[in-house]
Design a protein around this ligand. Sequence first.
Ligand SMILES: [Zn+2]
Length: 82
Amino acid sequence: MEFKKCVRCGCFFISKNDVCCNCETRDKLDIAKLNNILDENNTFDSIQDLSIASGVTFNNLNRFIQNNKIDGINNNSYNNLK
Ligand SMILES: [Zn+2]
């Protein structure tokens, strides 16, 4: 395993993931929130709008989408949103 820098909080950790174990929990909460919002309203014009509506930062949102963590947005619809 290699030593990595958490993309979310910047701390160093050892794991296969992009984020440390603290941020893994935060990621899961954010993803659950985003999926809930998209279940109710899937008509966001941009990632920015979704970021504002969910309170999830633009950077984190982009990361989730690129890792296919958000059910309502795949890479194709992401390209449309950009
Ligand atoms: Zn972290």
